[in-house]
Design a protein. Structure first.
Length: 362
């Protein structure tokens, strides 16, 4: 069987601790399913600044571009906050650009065992939360020209341009429709077509693209309504596809309502080549080096990587099943701890997941 070349980027803060647990899970997948993963590490972020003076060394870019998939921990921390000219975060933005990643995919799923952490009312949570937000990452108002500041009639004016080309809309819509096929088969495209011209082009192109996916149901929603509906009844959504600005806000909203950022994975994907997978949380410097971090978002990022980039669906399902079993057994890291449950550290949580995973295959 083909060996898979996975590039690990531990980064800063809790990054190395959570990536260590992800590596153990990859090894367990190898053991249970007879797969071979070559998982080597490269420097990024503050760790790379300390070692080389550059948050994204060329060697890291080369290793990532040449890999089958990339798994990142997190970057940043107070140690590197004083020098604005060389920020760890530049490593993250740089690697996304170098790998040509244009789609950010964030599932916000609430494990029923963690209902207590959810910010929504019990009767809403009862219906379940399993939304995937597909956000366009490289276009829209964040990059549109013209942009800038000027002075007109004696007062300052700031401006940006929201612009989308057909090709940019089509490729992100394709990511959403393809993802929907592996889920409940529904895509809701979010825009502001009642006000914005750019949104009317967005809506037309998404509708045209949908014709190639007759098995997927497409609906459209204005962004203000989508923000409201996510809180009122998230169960109505399967995949949400939207532009850069709206996606930035809605993906955070979808994540935060679940109540546990330590549980949520994400992916950034390009047209071809390796995808970049990472937990949505940061480097948590307040708990770094204390074996307190929740490794489950990173472990679930491994599952996402196996499913979306390597096509190993059965293996991905098995990882998610193992995580679910460990939660059912009552093991919790500090961030998701509730009364009556068993508090464990990062390494012990990893051990429970690996054991549950291997037990199911025995
Ligand atoms: P954060 O996500 O690192 O932490 C927010 C809070 O959540 C903290 O209290 C932290 O302890 C907790 N937390 C986060 N992940 C956790 C986990 N896995 N288990 C248990 N608790 C967890 O956000 P922040 O504090 O705003 O940022 C800290 C640093 O991380 C900053 O330097 C920031 O720039 C960076 N950051 C990096 C990324 C990334 O690498 N993608 C994303 C966000 C922030």
């Amino acid at each position: 069987m083909k060996p898979y070349n996975i590039r690990l980027l531990p980064g800063d803060g809790i990054g190395p601790e959570i990536i260590a647990q992800a590596r153990r899970v990859l090894d367990a997948v190898g053991e249970r399913f007879g797969r071979t993963f070559f998982a080597e590490e490269s420097l990024i972020g503050g760790a790379a600044i300390d070692a080389t003076g550059d948050p994204l060394p060329q060697a890291t870019i080369d290793a990532c571009v040449g890999a089958d998939a990339v798994l990142l921990g997190a970057v940043g921390g107070p140690k590197w906050d004083d020098d604005p000219t060389i920020r760890p975060e530049r490593g993250l933005l740089g690697i996304r650009k170098a790998m040509g990643l244009f789609a950010n995919v964030r599932p916000a799923k609430l494990f029923p065992q963690l209902r207590g952490a959810c910010y929504l009312r019990e009767d809403i949570v009862e219906r379940g939360i399993d939304v995937m937000v597909v956000r366009e990452l490289t276009g829209g108002i964040y990059f549109g020209e013209p942009r800038g500041e000027s002075v007109e009639h004696g007062e300052r004016v700031g401006y940006n341009t929201m612009v989308y080309r057909e090709s940019e809309i089509r490729r992100i819509a394709e990511v959403a429709f393809t993802a929907a096929r592996t889920r409940s088969g529904r895509v809701c495209s979010v825009d502001k077509a009642n006000v914005l011209d750019v949104s009317r082009v967005w809506r037309d192109v998404v509708t045209e693209t949908a014709k190639h996916y007759p098995d997927v149901e497409l609906s459209h929603m204005y962004v203000d309504n989508a923000a409201m509906q996510l809180v009122r009844d998230p169960s109505q959504f399967d995949v949400i596809v939207t532009g850069n600005l709206f996606g930035d806000i809605l993906s955070d909203e979808a994540s935060v309502i679940t109540g546990s950022i330590g549980m949520l994975p994400s992916a950034s994907l390009g047209a071809e080549g390796p995808g970049l997978y990472e937990p949505i949380h940061g480097s948590a410097p307040d708990i770094a080096g204390q074996d307190m971090a929740n490794p489950l978002a990173t472990i679930l990022s491994v599952a996402m990587m196996l499913r979306l980039t390597l096509g190993l669906t059965e293996e991905a399902d098995a990882i998610e099943q193992a995580v679910s079993e460990v939660l059912t057994a009552g093991y919790r890291t500090g961030d998701i701890m509730e009364e009556g449950k068993t508090l464990v550290g990062c390494t012990e949580m990893g051990t429970h997941v690996v054991n549950a995973f291997l037990r199911a295959g025995a």
